[in-house]
Design a protein around this ligand. Structure first.
Ligand SMILES: [Zn+2]
Length: 502
């Protein structure tokens, strides 16, 4: 998966787009920055000068034309002359979403043009695909209002309000099949005087992504309803942290900043100690929304390479509804995913199959071990760690249905690959078995090393192995990796938790 170049920030430039990109920061310093217009030619010059990847980027343009508009327009230019027929694919699967959403249903007016600008015939193909001939450019519209109505898991949908638009990359961006590993540049066109923010460059600058995955995994947020703040926190020099929020109820911004900073500091300390995290910046993006209908569900969060976003009910803006401890854990849990599984993963996570949810047999690791890491990082002492384990994991085991308990854990994970949130008993039992496996391993490593090592050392070693090898680990190799780091054998714990519970 992606391992950002930390030096990249120094090469960033102002956005070179034919409109104003304004980033508003309401930190304690109340700093406000206005990023102004640069000619398009400037962007092209910078793109050619980009030293890290000699290939010309695929250029995406995202156009939201007027406040209140129900749809967004997408244009994709693939440089170089096309001779072979191309296919446009719109995602149906969400990375780490463990399910599918029919984003192609909200796409209309697909048009294609050759390198000379001449229109080409477009035909709908199997699955979420369109045949677009030897296209050098495609354009289409995405109906955001219909998307939000149809997709009932609010965290999986983009949305539009009179003063606000949020766009999840995978819900609006498609790609030419076969070109998904090419570097990407994105331009965003917002209504006049609307602030625009992208998680690809929280401090402003040219919007670049290493490949389609990184573009699809980003979020673009527009409009005066968006609140942006640079979070001041313990590790701000290691990882600049931005809080992006939109709320349909009164919300205490200072509280959101404090909890985001505490969560990020705890996870940085857990996974990297005094070293810097493997990403140059991070965004916590929180929405508090009045439910669209009684069928819509709110409260799930989604992790990304350099951000976390959550669509929560407006009532959760009130600490009486969602306490400091619960919200801090919610944020920390998803920040933990920036290491596991975004940068340390089992088979099926990457490369990603965009047209269907991949079957993954290590969700117990991705979810269980990442959540255990958040618990271990946040709990101030052993007693509170045990209380959190009980609340989060053991309670789920006690109430789990026999049919799911009898499934081997890898099989349960394969089921969770598409049913994780659709029937949350499946998701919960998957991560609870993994979380309790992690806790038992941690206890043994602490005991046998007399407190000199913990599971944290094992996970840091596995993450370093993943960064070096840039591929998925195999379940069969986990125990060996952990023993390399700690000298402790955890194989029997792994085997016992992989087996059926009853
Ligand atoms: Zn999770």
């Amino acid at each position: 998966m992606r391992h950002p170049n930390r030096d990249g920030r120094s090469r960033q430039r102002m956005p070179s787009v034919g409109f104003a990109l304004r980033l508003r920061y309401d930190g304690p310093s109340a700093m406000r920055a206005l990023f102004l217009i640069f000619p398009l030619v400037c962007l092209l010059a910078i793109a050619r000068a980009w030293p890290s990847d000699p290939r010309p980027p695929v250029r995406y343009r995202l156009i939201y034309s007027a406040p209140g508009s129900a749809s967004v327009h997408v244009r994709i230019d693939l440089l170089g002359s096309a001779t072979a027929a191309r296919t446009l694919l719109i995602p149906r699967a969400v990375p780490m979403g463990y399910g599918e959403e029919p984003y192609d249903q909200f796409v209309s007016n697909v048009s294609a043009f050759d390198a000379a600008g001449q229109p080409l015939p477009v035909t709908r193909a199997d699955g979420p695909r369109w045949h677009v001939g030897a296209a050098a450019r495609v354009e289409y519209d995405v109906d955001l209002v219909q998307m939000e109505r149809s997709i009932q898991d609010a965290t999986d949908s983009s949305r539009v309000r009179a003063n606000y638009v949020s766009l999840l990359g995978y819900s609006v961006f498609g790609f030419f099949e076969g070109a998904q590993e090419l570097p990407v540049e994105l331009e965003v066109e917002a209504p006049k005087d609307w602030p625009a923010f992208s998680t690809l460059a929280p401090a402003g600058g040219v919007l670049r992504a290493e490949n389609f995955y990184a573009l699809a995994d980003s979020q673009t947020i527009l409009g005066p309803g968006l609140h942006l703040a640079q979070v001041q926190y313990a590790r701000e020099n290691d990882t600049p942290l931005t809080l992006a929020s939109y709320s349909e109820a009164p919300v205490d911004q200072a509280r959101l900043q404090r909890l985001s900073g505490e969560a990020m500091a705890a996870m940085s300390e857990y996974f990297d100690g005094p070293a810097s995290p493997p990403f140059p910046y991070y965004t916590v993006f929180l929405e508090f929304l009045k439910p669209l209908s009684q069928h819509h569900s709110y409260g799930f969060g989604m992790e990304h390479l350099e951000s976390f976003h959550a669509a929560m009910e407006a009532a959760n803006a009130d600490p009486a509804s969602l306490s400091d401890a619960r919200l801090r854990y919610h944020i920390a849990h998803h920040i933990a995913h920036a290491w596991i599984p975004k940068r340390c993963y089992g088979e099926g996570y990457y490369p990603f199959s965009w047209d269907r949810a991949p079957r993954i047999d290590t969700i117990w690791f991705s979810e269980g071990f990442a959540q255990y890491a958040a618990i271990a990082a946040l709990a101030p002492d052993q007693q509170q760690r045990e209380e959190m384990l009980d609340r989060r994991f053991r309670g789920v085991l006690r109430e789990s249905p026999p049919g799911l308990r009898r499934m081997p854990l890898r099989e349960l994970s394969l089921l969770a690959s598409t049913q994780y949130a659709a029937d949350f008993r499946i998701g919960q039992l998957t991560f609870s078995r993994g979380g309790l496996m992690a806790a038992e391993m941690d206890n043994r490593i602490r005991a046998e090393t007399h407190g000199q090592k913990t599971l944290r050392d094992a996970l840091r070693h596995l993450i370093a192995w993943s960064a070096q090898n840039r591929r998925a680990f195999r379940i069969e190799d986990l125990s060996a990796r952990f023993r390399e780091a700690t000298g402790v054998d955890t194989r029997d714990i792994l085997d016992r938790w992989l087996a059926p519970l009853d």
